[in-house]
Write a protein that binds this ligand. Sequence first.
Ligand code: GLU
Length: 462
Amino acid sequence: MCGIVGYIGNREVYPILIKGLRRLEYRGYDSAGVALLNKKGDLNVYKRKGKVSELEAFASASDTTGNMGIGHTRWATHGEPNDVNSHPHYSQTKDLVIIHNGIIENYSAIKEGLKKRGHTFLSQTDTEVLIHLIEDIKQHENMKLGHAVLAALNQVIGAYSIVVMDKNDPNTLVAAKKGSPMVIGIGTDEFFIASDASPIVEFTKNVVYLEDEQVAIIRRGEELKIRNLKDKEITPYVQKLTIELEAIEKGGYDHFMLKEIYEQPRSVKDSMRGRLNAEKGEVKLGGIVEHEAKFKNAKRIVFIACGTSWHAGLVGEYLFEEFARIPVEVEYASEFRYRNPVIYPDDIIIAISQSGETADTLAAIELAKSKGATIVGVCNVVGSSIARATHAGSYTHAGPEIGVASTKAFTAQVTVLTLMALHVARLRGTMAESRFIFRKRIYFPCCIRGGFKIKRDFLHTR
Ligand code: GLU
């Protein structure tokens, strides 16, 4: 998944966009671009295949002024990585521009329809089709930008987070999301938009996470307005960001991955904090307490996850079968969602995701939910889509993981799954009490938290 940044306010926008794109570089990308509206009303688009530094070099001699703009790092899905396919993309008249993360699955049918109406396309992307559709609706239905975006998204199948701006409206940005994440930071007379909180955190702690199928109308000097795709107004839920800037910076290490490897003693400790009373041999996870009866009677647990989280699920299978004696299946969410899996109402589905935004895992959750199963999440990002979509769950508390190859997020997932399996084993009486005794005593004073006075020991589980 690639990166999105946007800004509207009184500051110079270009440095904010470039800095934001740099903060999002960790996601991987093949090209980068920005669109800036200057004070004269010119809409300048600069985009380049390659790194953000190449984009900077390309734009260095050009006009980069303005205090409203959008920026993007692309990871191509439709059309090869090149300058033309890079985002932002213009509409037919070049009055509108868009940046987009995700895939418009029915872009081809929409494109054919638009071609018949005289539209011509410069790129091979699905994204360009969407901005042409928005403009077509805006012109023919005589709609404002926000409503045109809303109407266009009602015709779209797929996943997206988008930001759109209009050369003729220097006071409005429109953002929307389905499947891909989108955060809006609220400052004083200014708004920041991004695909995760890292470009926003140094400017403001007040953020709104857009939900799926919501459209945000972000107007200079006005309150944030959100509508859903049925055109119903939604009251924005403003949350406080809990991460600090230093937590997403490299802290003296050459690479984020190295930093994160060294952070593991702390992150594993944080995953157990307040959940383990080693003296009493007690393990309690808030997410399970409310669903103890379900776990007690469960005939089966199904893990759904992708990538590294799926590997944590494989470890989880051993843990739950060994300790809690419940049969476990581990499924790739992207397979699960597209087949017709047998799911019973007494199944427990454990969905694992570091970001809490994995699109396939989210879709698999909705499928399992529709069959009546109980869904428990294990994710790292507080307030993420998976945390909200599940019936209950446990955060891993690993802190932000920037490295693409997962380290501390994985070990934190395995830690939480271990605690979960032990909690359930105790409930079901499948492990002898003697197995909850301690083999070795190590004292960690920093673990005295959460009502438990914990002398950190290792559970003797075998
Ligand atoms: N589907 C779009 C493209 O290929 C967006 C890809 C992305 O998420 O970066 O341009």
